[in-house]
Design a protein around this ligand. Structure first.
Ligand SMILES: [Ca+2]
Ligand SMILES: [Ca+2]
Length: 338
Protein backbone atom coordinates (compact mmCIF):
# COMPACT_ATOMS: atom_id res chain seq x y z
CA UNK A 1 0.00 0.00 0.00
CA UNK A 2 2.77 2.39 0.87
CA UNK A 3 5.62 3.54 -1.30
CA UNK A 4 8.99 1.91 -1.02
CA UNK A 5 10.92 2.92 2.05
CA UNK A 6 14.64 3.62 1.84
CA UNK A 7 16.84 4.48 4.83
CA UNK A 8 13.85 5.66 6.86
CA UNK A 9 12.44 7.76 4.02
CA UNK A 10 9.70 7.06 1.58
CA UNK A 11 10.47 7.25 -2.07
CA UNK A 12 8.78 10.46 -3.20
CA UNK A 13 8.56 9.30 -6.80
CA UNK A 14 5.47 7.25 -6.16
CA UNK A 15 3.88 8.69 -3.09
CA UNK A 16 0.25 7.78 -2.44
CA UNK A 17 -1.82 10.41 -0.59
CA UNK A 18 -2.31 7.95 2.24
CA UNK A 19 1.19 8.53 3.50
CA UNK A 20 0.17 12.04 4.44
CA UNK A 21 -2.25 10.73 7.00
CA UNK A 22 -0.92 10.14 10.44
CA UNK A 23 -2.52 9.42 13.77
CA UNK A 24 -3.03 12.42 16.01
CA UNK A 25 -0.72 11.19 18.72
CA UNK A 26 2.24 11.40 16.39
CA UNK A 27 1.90 15.15 16.09
CA UNK A 28 3.10 15.66 19.63
CA UNK A 29 5.64 12.93 20.00
CA UNK A 30 7.38 12.55 16.71
CA UNK A 31 10.64 14.40 16.27
CA UNK A 32 10.50 16.91 13.46
CA UNK A 33 13.04 15.12 11.35
CA UNK A 34 11.53 14.30 8.01
CA UNK A 35 13.10 10.85 7.90
CA UNK A 36 11.42 9.83 11.12
CA UNK A 37 8.10 11.23 10.08
CA UNK A 38 8.14 9.22 6.93
CA UNK A 39 9.10 6.04 8.71
CA UNK A 40 6.26 6.42 11.19
CA UNK A 41 3.75 7.49 8.58
CA UNK A 42 4.54 4.43 6.57
CA UNK A 43 3.43 2.32 9.51
CA UNK A 44 0.21 4.26 10.12
CA UNK A 45 -2.88 2.75 8.57
CA UNK A 46 -5.46 5.12 7.16
CA UNK A 47 -8.34 5.07 9.62
CA UNK A 48 -10.43 8.13 8.94
CA UNK A 49 -11.70 10.00 10.88
CA UNK A 50 -9.38 9.00 13.72
CA UNK A 51 -6.47 10.43 11.78
CA UNK A 52 -5.61 13.80 10.46
CA UNK A 53 -3.00 15.01 8.06
CA UNK A 54 0.44 16.27 8.59
CA UNK A 55 2.78 16.74 5.72
CA UNK A 56 6.47 17.01 6.38
CA UNK A 57 7.11 16.65 2.64
CA UNK A 58 9.59 19.16 1.25
CA UNK A 59 9.40 18.26 -2.41
CA UNK A 60 8.16 15.69 -4.87
CA UNK A 61 10.52 14.34 -7.47
CA UNK A 62 9.96 16.05 -10.83
CA UNK A 63 9.48 12.66 -12.51
CA UNK A 64 6.65 11.69 -10.19
CA UNK A 65 3.77 11.02 -12.61
CA UNK A 66 0.98 11.85 -10.16
CA UNK A 67 2.05 14.68 -7.87
CA UNK A 68 3.94 17.90 -7.77
CA UNK A 69 4.91 20.22 -4.94
CA UNK A 70 5.66 23.87 -4.44
CA UNK A 71 7.29 25.11 -1.24
CA UNK A 72 6.24 21.95 0.55
CA UNK A 73 2.62 22.12 -0.61
CA UNK A 74 1.37 19.04 -2.43
CA UNK A 75 -0.72 19.23 -5.62
CA UNK A 76 -1.82 16.79 -8.28
CA UNK A 77 0.44 16.76 -11.30
CA UNK A 78 -1.74 19.23 -13.22
CA UNK A 79 -1.79 21.53 -10.19
CA UNK A 80 -5.56 21.82 -10.32
CA UNK A 81 -6.15 20.11 -6.99
CA UNK A 82 -4.49 21.20 -3.79
CA UNK A 83 -3.89 18.00 -1.85
CA UNK A 84 -1.95 18.88 1.28
CA UNK A 85 -0.55 21.90 3.02
CA UNK A 86 2.17 21.12 5.60
CA UNK A 87 0.40 21.26 8.95
CA UNK A 88 3.61 21.94 10.83
CA UNK A 89 4.46 25.00 8.76
CA UNK A 90 5.11 28.16 10.84
CA UNK A 91 3.88 30.41 8.00
CA UNK A 92 0.89 32.56 8.99
CA UNK A 93 -0.52 33.22 5.54
CA UNK A 94 -0.85 31.33 2.30
CA UNK A 95 -2.10 32.25 -1.16
CA UNK A 96 -3.45 29.34 -3.15
CA UNK A 97 -2.05 29.53 -6.71
CA UNK A 98 -4.44 30.66 -9.40
CA UNK A 99 -5.57 27.71 -11.53
CA UNK A 100 -6.39 25.45 -8.58
CA UNK A 101 -10.03 24.41 -8.91
CA UNK A 102 -10.41 22.14 -5.92
CA UNK A 103 -9.26 22.28 -2.33
CA UNK A 104 -9.10 18.63 -1.38
CA UNK A 105 -10.13 16.80 1.76
CA UNK A 106 -8.38 17.99 4.94
CA UNK A 107 -5.84 20.10 3.02
CA UNK A 108 -5.32 22.66 5.76
CA UNK A 109 -6.52 20.51 8.65
CA UNK A 110 -4.76 21.28 11.95
CA UNK A 111 -2.59 24.03 10.43
CA UNK A 112 -2.37 25.82 13.77
CA UNK A 113 -0.19 28.74 12.55
CA UNK A 114 -2.22 29.81 9.53
CA UNK A 115 -4.06 33.09 10.15
CA UNK A 116 -5.00 33.95 6.59
CA UNK A 117 -5.64 32.00 3.42
CA UNK A 118 -6.34 33.61 0.06
CA UNK A 119 -8.48 31.54 -2.26
CA UNK A 120 -8.30 32.43 -5.98
CA UNK A 121 -11.32 32.77 -8.25
CA UNK A 122 -10.48 29.51 -9.99
CA UNK A 123 -11.55 27.40 -6.99
CA UNK A 124 -15.01 25.84 -7.26
CA UNK A 125 -15.07 23.45 -4.33
CA UNK A 126 -13.87 23.42 -0.77
CA UNK A 127 -13.53 19.83 0.33
CA UNK A 128 -14.60 18.09 3.50
CA UNK A 129 -12.47 18.97 6.55
CA UNK A 130 -10.56 21.49 4.36
CA UNK A 131 -9.83 24.00 7.15
CA UNK A 132 -10.73 21.91 10.18
CA UNK A 133 -9.07 23.10 13.40
CA UNK A 134 -7.14 25.97 11.82
CA UNK A 135 -6.96 27.51 15.28
CA UNK A 136 -5.39 30.81 14.15
CA UNK A 137 -7.46 31.36 11.02
CA UNK A 138 -9.10 34.78 11.28
CA UNK A 139 -9.46 35.70 7.64
CA UNK A 140 -10.66 33.75 4.67
CA UNK A 141 -12.56 35.10 1.69
CA UNK A 142 -14.54 32.59 -0.26
CA UNK A 143 -14.62 33.69 -3.91
CA UNK A 144 -17.75 33.75 -6.04
CA UNK A 145 -16.56 30.72 -7.99
CA UNK A 146 -17.11 28.30 -5.09
CA UNK A 147 -20.30 26.27 -5.34
CA UNK A 148 -19.93 23.86 -2.45
CA UNK A 149 -18.57 23.96 1.06
CA UNK A 150 -17.89 20.47 2.30
CA UNK A 151 -18.74 18.84 5.58
CA UNK A 152 -16.56 19.95 8.52
CA UNK A 153 -14.90 22.46 6.12
CA UNK A 154 -14.31 25.10 8.83
CA UNK A 155 -15.09 22.98 11.87
CA UNK A 156 -13.29 24.16 15.00
CA UNK A 157 -11.84 27.34 13.48
CA UNK A 158 -11.97 29.06 16.86
CA UNK A 159 -10.46 32.40 15.74
CA UNK A 160 -12.78 32.98 12.79
CA UNK A 161 -14.94 36.01 13.61
CA UNK A 162 -16.99 36.42 10.46
CA UNK A 163 -17.48 34.80 7.13
CA UNK A 164 -19.29 35.82 3.99
CA UNK A 165 -20.55 33.02 1.84
CA UNK A 166 -20.79 34.04 -1.84
CA UNK A 167 -23.99 33.71 -3.83
CA UNK A 168 -22.52 30.88 -5.89
CA UNK A 169 -22.83 28.44 -2.98
CA UNK A 170 -25.96 26.28 -2.96
CA UNK A 171 -25.46 24.15 0.12
CA UNK A 172 -23.67 24.35 3.42
CA UNK A 173 -22.43 20.94 4.43
CA UNK A 174 -23.03 19.14 7.68
CA UNK A 175 -20.77 20.37 10.52
CA UNK A 176 -19.33 23.01 8.13
CA UNK A 177 -18.87 25.72 10.79
CA UNK A 178 -19.43 23.80 14.02
CA UNK A 179 -17.50 24.99 17.07
CA UNK A 180 -16.34 28.24 15.48
CA UNK A 181 -16.30 29.86 18.93
CA UNK A 182 -15.53 33.43 17.77
CA UNK A 183 -17.96 33.57 14.87
CA UNK A 184 -20.31 36.46 15.56
CA UNK A 185 -22.01 36.87 12.22
CA UNK A 186 -22.59 34.88 9.09
CA UNK A 187 -24.07 36.09 5.84
CA UNK A 188 -25.81 33.37 3.90
CA UNK A 189 -26.67 34.32 0.30
CA UNK A 190 -29.98 33.62 -1.36
CA UNK A 191 -28.46 30.87 -3.48
CA UNK A 192 -28.30 28.46 -0.54
CA UNK A 193 -31.20 26.03 -0.33
CA UNK A 194 -30.16 23.85 2.57
CA UNK A 195 -28.25 24.25 5.80
CA UNK A 196 -26.77 20.95 6.87
CA UNK A 197 -27.04 19.16 10.18
CA UNK A 198 -24.77 20.59 12.89
CA UNK A 199 -23.72 23.31 10.39
CA UNK A 200 -23.32 25.96 13.14
CA UNK A 201 -23.40 23.66 16.17
CA UNK A 202 -21.78 25.23 19.26
CA UNK A 203 -21.03 28.59 17.61
CA UNK A 204 -21.38 30.20 21.00
CA UNK A 205 -20.65 33.81 19.89
CA UNK A 206 -23.14 33.84 17.04
CA UNK A 207 -25.61 36.62 17.76
CA UNK A 208 -27.34 36.94 14.43
CA UNK A 209 -27.80 35.02 11.25
CA UNK A 210 -29.93 35.82 8.26
CA UNK A 211 -31.64 32.93 6.59
CA UNK A 212 -32.37 33.98 2.98
CA UNK A 213 -35.65 33.15 1.27
CA UNK A 214 -33.96 30.51 -0.87
CA UNK A 215 -33.50 28.14 2.06
CA UNK A 216 -36.08 25.36 2.34
CA UNK A 217 -34.56 23.24 5.08
CA UNK A 218 -32.56 23.78 8.23
CA UNK A 219 -30.92 20.58 9.38
CA UNK A 220 -31.19 19.05 12.78
CA UNK A 221 -28.76 20.38 15.39
CA UNK A 222 -27.82 23.17 12.89
CA UNK A 223 -27.78 25.83 15.64
CA UNK A 224 -27.75 23.66 18.75
CA UNK A 225 -25.75 25.22 21.61
CA UNK A 226 -25.55 28.63 19.87
CA UNK A 227 -26.06 30.22 23.25
CA UNK A 228 -25.81 33.85 22.05
CA UNK A 229 -28.38 33.44 19.29
CA UNK A 230 -31.54 35.00 20.71
CA UNK A 231 -33.60 35.71 17.59
CA UNK A 232 -33.80 34.58 14.02
CA UNK A 233 -35.70 35.56 10.90
CA UNK A 234 -37.15 32.55 9.15
CA UNK A 235 -38.45 33.32 5.65
CA UNK A 236 -41.54 31.82 4.08
CA UNK A 237 -39.44 29.49 1.90
CA UNK A 238 -38.47 27.31 4.88
CA UNK A 239 -40.67 24.23 5.12
CA UNK A 240 -38.51 21.99 7.26
CA UNK A 241 -36.55 22.57 10.45
CA UNK A 242 -34.99 19.74 12.43
CA UNK A 243 -36.60 19.41 15.84
CA UNK A 244 -33.25 19.92 17.59
CA UNK A 245 -32.06 22.69 15.26
CA UNK A 246 -32.07 25.31 18.05
CA UNK A 247 -31.85 23.06 21.11
CA UNK A 248 -29.86 24.59 23.98
CA UNK A 249 -29.41 27.80 21.98
CA UNK A 250 -30.36 31.24 23.30
CA UNK A 251 -33.28 31.46 20.88
CA UNK A 252 -36.28 33.29 22.26
CA UNK A 253 -37.86 35.05 19.28
CA UNK A 254 -38.70 33.81 15.80
CA UNK A 255 -39.55 36.40 13.17
CA UNK A 256 -41.63 35.06 10.28
CA UNK A 257 -44.72 35.52 8.19
CA UNK A 258 -48.17 34.82 9.54
CA UNK A 259 -49.34 31.36 8.55
CA UNK A 260 -45.84 30.22 7.59
CA UNK A 261 -43.99 27.14 8.77
CA UNK A 262 -41.92 29.47 10.95
CA UNK A 263 -45.04 30.37 12.96
CA UNK A 264 -45.93 26.72 13.47
CA UNK A 265 -42.37 25.89 14.45
CA UNK A 266 -42.21 28.76 16.93
CA UNK A 267 -45.49 27.77 18.54
CA UNK A 268 -44.56 24.09 18.71
CA UNK A 269 -41.28 24.92 20.44
CA UNK A 270 -42.53 27.71 22.73
CA UNK A 271 -40.59 30.51 21.06
CA UNK A 272 -42.11 33.97 20.81
CA UNK A 273 -43.37 34.54 17.29
CA UNK A 274 -43.26 38.02 15.79
CA UNK A 275 -45.08 38.52 12.50
CA UNK A 276 -43.17 40.22 9.70
CA UNK A 277 -44.54 42.70 7.20
CA UNK A 278 -44.29 42.04 3.48
CA UNK A 279 -41.14 43.31 1.81
CA UNK A 280 -41.37 47.05 1.22
CA UNK A 281 -44.43 47.53 3.43
CA UNK A 282 -42.38 49.27 6.09
CA UNK A 283 -45.32 50.42 8.22
CA UNK A 284 -47.19 47.12 7.91
CA UNK A 285 -50.49 48.55 6.67
CA UNK A 286 -50.73 46.03 3.81
CA UNK A 287 -50.21 48.78 1.26
CA UNK A 288 -47.11 49.72 -0.68
CA UNK A 289 -47.07 53.46 -1.16
CA UNK A 290 -45.08 56.64 -0.79
CA UNK A 291 -45.38 56.49 2.99
CA UNK A 292 -43.16 53.39 2.95
CA UNK A 293 -40.76 55.09 0.56
CA UNK A 294 -40.56 58.16 2.82
CA UNK A 295 -39.76 55.97 5.83
CA UNK A 296 -36.80 54.37 4.05
CA UNK A 297 -35.65 57.74 2.72
CA UNK A 298 -35.71 59.17 6.24
CA UNK A 299 -33.68 56.26 7.55
CA UNK A 300 -31.01 56.81 4.90
CA UNK A 301 -30.49 60.41 6.04
CA UNK A 302 -30.50 59.44 9.71
CA UNK A 303 -33.73 61.27 10.49
CA UNK A 304 -35.51 58.28 12.02
CA UNK A 305 -34.87 54.75 13.21
CA UNK A 306 -37.02 51.70 12.58
CA UNK A 307 -38.13 48.77 14.71
CA UNK A 308 -36.65 45.36 13.97
CA UNK A 309 -39.76 44.27 12.09
CA UNK A 310 -39.83 47.51 10.09
CA UNK A 311 -36.14 47.13 9.24
CA UNK A 312 -36.70 43.67 7.84
CA UNK A 313 -39.53 44.98 5.64
CA UNK A 314 -37.44 47.98 4.58
CA UNK A 315 -34.41 45.89 3.61
CA UNK A 316 -35.74 44.97 0.18
CA UNK A 317 -32.55 43.37 -1.10
CA UNK A 318 -32.01 41.45 2.15
CA UNK A 319 -28.41 42.56 2.63
CA UNK A 320 -28.84 43.41 6.29
CA UNK A 321 -28.84 47.19 5.77
CA UNK A 322 -31.53 49.76 5.03
CA UNK A 323 -30.07 52.24 2.59
CA UNK A 324 -30.54 54.16 -0.66
CA UNK A 325 -30.48 50.94 -2.65
CA UNK A 326 -33.60 49.73 -0.85
CA UNK A 327 -35.26 53.10 -1.49
CA UNK A 328 -34.43 52.75 -5.19
CA UNK A 329 -35.84 49.22 -5.29
CA UNK A 330 -39.08 50.34 -3.66
CA UNK A 331 -39.29 53.24 -6.08
CA UNK A 332 -39.03 50.79 -8.98
CA UNK A 333 -41.74 48.61 -7.42
CA UNK A 334 -44.07 51.57 -6.84
CA UNK A 335 -43.66 52.45 -10.51
CA UNK A 336 -44.38 48.86 -11.56
CA UNK A 337 -40.90 48.26 -12.91
CA UNK A 338 -40.43 45.22 -10.71
CA1 LIG B 1 -47.22 50.41 3.83
CA1 LIG C 1 -30.79 46.57 1.94
Amino acid sequence: MFAKQTKGCLNSENLPPAVFHVKQKYLCFLPLRRENFFAEIALSPLKSPLIFQISPLRYVAARNPNYTSENGVLFNKEKTTLLQYPAGSPETSYTIPDGVTSIGTSVFGYCFALASVTIPGSVTSIGNYAFQRCDSLTSVTIPGSVTSIGSYAFSGCIALTSITIPDSVTSIGNYAFQRCDSLTSVTIPNSVTSIGEYAFYECSALTSITIPDSVTSIGNWAFEDCTSLESIVIPGSVTSIGNRAFKYSGLKTVYGFTGSYAETYANDNSYTFVALYDSGDVNGDDTLDLTDYALIANVTVGAIDLTDVEKIAADLNCDGAVDAFDAALLNLRLNNYC
